[in-house]
Write a protein that binds this ligand. Sequence first.
Ligand code: NDP
Length: 437
Amino acid sequence: MKRCAIVILGATGDLARRKLLPGLKKLYNNKQLPSDCTLIASGRNFMTTDDFKRHAKLSSDYPIDITYHAGINGLHELLKCKGSFSRIIFFCALPPSAYVTTARQIKAEGFGKEAILIIEKPFGINAASARELNDALVKEFPEEQIFRIDHYLAKEAVRNLLTLRFANPLFSDIWNSSEIDSIQISSLETLGVESRAAYFDNSGIIRDMVQNHLFQMLSLTAMEPPENLNAETIRASKINLLRSLKVERCICGQYSGYKNEPGIRSGSTTETYAELELSINNPRFKGCPVYIRAAKGCSKSGTDIGITFRPINKGPFASKKDLPANFIIVKIQPQAGIILGLATRVPGSDEIIESTAMNLCYHDAFKHEWPDAYEKLLLDAVSGDRTLFVGAEETETAWTILDDVLDKGYSFEYPFGTTPESKLGAKWIEFSEYCTL
Ligand code: NDP
């Protein structure tokens, strides 16, 4: 691996403290980062490195060579004193309003081809603002040096989607609307807005979850087979899928009591629940509805992708009524797993056929430890691999699909701690019915 420096901008913030600094420590201790890697923590205020370590609650045995530096001015000189780096990662753990000025400052400070800018979500608030942000960033650094984060892409079960679909002939030939009845992607949380009230109230669940994480998972679930596994080939296939999506229906809800929470505007109409039906307008998936839901304040937490197959229509069982449909559930979190639902004759009976589950639990199948999503993304940035990062066009296209359903308010309330029934006729496959992961 080439010698690299990592600069965390906004190092005093929540993301740096909870994810980035511990993640880098783990990678370093596991010898996944180069031993001569340098870490700069940057915030706007002056403090010593020891002050910063206390602020960030870094243990005295924090293994990476770390220096605190106030602002961006002087960073070039500081890094020059530390040696020569072929790659310098700037992790912008900053409010989105600071992305463009920060990119300008990094360039003005003299950083060029060696710089990689990691940009966090949210990336824009609609198609126009995302375009504006992309245009402004690309004036400072070319697209190849801009790494937009969607940490769901680095979750193992999401990374496995392409393997599941394209490395298993069992599935590759039946992945179309002749065989698949519907696709469901569901991401529920028991928690409410907690400490993110001000951010969430300006955003809502569609911006917070659907535009990025759920659309990225849908892209990988439904895209055409890429010719190879190169980052740009996969990205092109995802963009094609996104371009073929259309929102057919969308309904939003808000959990009761939301408006009374600290940090929420009185009379807020921000949605905490969104359910969408989408069509995929391409030959593979024409006629196969996609249902997506994301919500806070539910009775359960978890993110799953469900694929429900059509009933068998040939052979000796074709005339049998009520045969359970085959299905696949890809469990993304909290645990990773795959369930394959099969029609199985109940032992001892002649007639009764029930749905049974073959269950792959990652923690049972793979005993070794693997990097969490942020750790994986940090590693990929260090090695310059953009596969798990989101491109400019992807993010703009995803916003374009949703532009008509943003900021429409909510049409029903649901009690906090309950999961609303589908309002669009989606038959969510309940993962918990088949597995207690
Ligand atoms: P914080 O609000 O904790 O802010 C991070 C740091 O940015 C602050 O500590 C502050 O440091 C600095 N900062 C604030 N305003 C400015 C500004 N105008 N210009 C330059 N620096 C500024 O944010 P988080 O750490 O929670 O999040 C960082 C980014 O990551 C955000 O874009 C957020 O949306 C995204 N994100 C965060 C997640 C999380 O779990 N926290 C999850 C997913 C995304 P100082 O005052 O020392 O300069």
